[in-house]
Design a protein around this ligand. Sequence first.
Ligand SMILES: Nc1ncnc2c1ncn2[C@@H]1O[C@H](COP(=O)(O)OP(=O)(O)OP(=O)(O)O)[C@@H](O)[C@H]1O
Ligand SMILES: O=P(O)(O)OC[C@H]1O[C@H](OP(=O)(O)OP(=O)(O)O)[C@H](O)[C@@H]1O
Ligand SMILES: O=C(O)c1cccnc1
Length: 478
Amino acid sequence: MRYSPLLTDLYELTMVAGYFEHAMHEVPAVFDLFYRHNPYRGGYAVFAGLEPALQYLEELRFNDEELSYLQGLNLFPARFLSYLEAFRFRGKVTAPAEGSVVFGNEPLLTVEGGLAEAQFVETALLNIINFQTLVATKAARINYAARGSAVLEFGLRRAHGPDGGLSEARAAFIGGVRSTSNVLAGMKYGIPVKGTHAHSWIMAFPDELTAFRNYAQVFPEHCILLVDTYDTLKSGIPNAITIARELREKGYELFGVRLDSGDLAYLSIKSREMFDAAGFPEVKILASNEIDEFVIDSIREEGSRIDIYGVGTRLATCAGEGGGALGGVYKLVRIGQNPKLKVTSDIAKATLPDRKKVLRAVDPHGNFVQDVIALEGEPIAPGDVVFDPANPLQRVRLPHDVRLVDTRTVVMDRGERCQPAPTLEESADHAARELNLLPEGSLRFVNPHIYKVSVSSGLNRLRLRLMEEVKRHLLATP
Ligand SMILES: Nc1ncnc2c1ncn2[C@@H]1O[C@H](COP(=O)(O)OP(=O)(O)OP(=O)(O)O)[C@@H](O)[C@H]1O
Ligand SMILES: O=P(O)(O)OC[C@H]1O[C@H](OP(=O)(O)OP(=O)(O)O)[C@H](O)[C@@H]1O
Ligand SMILES: O=C(O)c1cccnc1
């Protein structure tokens, strides 16, 4: 799918036109894309959306229809529209791999280029990265709650529009949900497609048993029967057992049943007992109905016997406290030779200036200990003192027995990708590996362990100096 360059906020175009008119469009600029608070009040986020973002950057160009639309707005000078004809992204992008575990305040993407190109891409990059990172994080939480039981993604019908449904399936896969009911996502991204059937299938036949039999006749090998249309334990499960016997006589095994209402823990325990007693211990129990990580946790603690979770609405819409939207932002951190800082009265909201690196302190077992944001060229070593970004007086010492690993690489240079895109499977495997290296407490949902993200002494000094300069400038201004 091509992303149109008009998929942007008008102000990106007016600013770029302004920079062009002031001959500032080629001044070197550096922007950071980051968010401040981990979503869902959780302990981390799973970074996703990089590949679509790079595709957007690589293919960025205005076609004739788009240029004539802009011309029709009667807003832009003709010479600016001619400039847009050859407008491309020729900059550099530094980023973590998709599927990496990331934290608040850390630069995710750093975009360097001429001021015009680096500014212009803000809205589209935020649109792509914010949503996919939010979904991948939700998927990782749901997958963690499921503790090894499979999770199927059923979100398309409740997703935010057709593209939301597609990119949601992609990001959910990176976060650990390894199949989808979305057939287009299956074709486009190679995600395994799976599913059962709706209540309407049962209602289309005179009775439940006939409906089950007719479904099993067409799909004897992949048959999952929805058992809650009339009464799960009195009708659905007994009828499913009848079908399981009929299938076995023909040399097939019933794959499973789906529970979609009521007390899912209780019904799964009773259904399991009934299938086991009838000689079908392998029949899988799938549960759906407004499931999320908290429901799964609760159901599991009740001793449920659910093998597979079908998760739709709450995954696709990133529901939950601290969900809804990831508040990722895109801020100018350097222009020309000058590091830049956006100050507010709240130090926690003052941005981190200049080109930076994100270092992860990793213990001798490979586990993640804490992250440090440092200036790009700044030497930094285990044992160094580092600072709390929200409180420059608060300091800690990095442990002596850690390795410091750069979490990001240059993924695009002069507008071209530096490496071929990893497969979605590789990004999902990367996420699973990284989640496994987090402190266990960072994964829990209520009051998670706060993983430290500190700033180096060099960055801390630069930030304080720039804040002082801004203050002096404000005082000197009448
Ligand atoms: N044992 C359980 N523990 C915790 N949550 C559960 C359990 N069983 C079901 N749930 C969750 O509780 C909610 C049940 O909502 P609700 O009462 O509307 O479902 P229902 O009884 O099936 O009704 P409906 O037919 O309208 O879906 C869902 O989010 C479901 O996932
Ligand atoms: O609950 P979610 O997590 O969103 O999972 C997807 C839901 O979508 C379907 O319900 P729907 O009522 O749309 O159709 P149905 O007739 O198949 O139940 C399905 O039965 C699930 O309950
Ligand atoms: O295949 C299913 O069971 C399914 C698909 C989408 C939504 N709900 C259920």
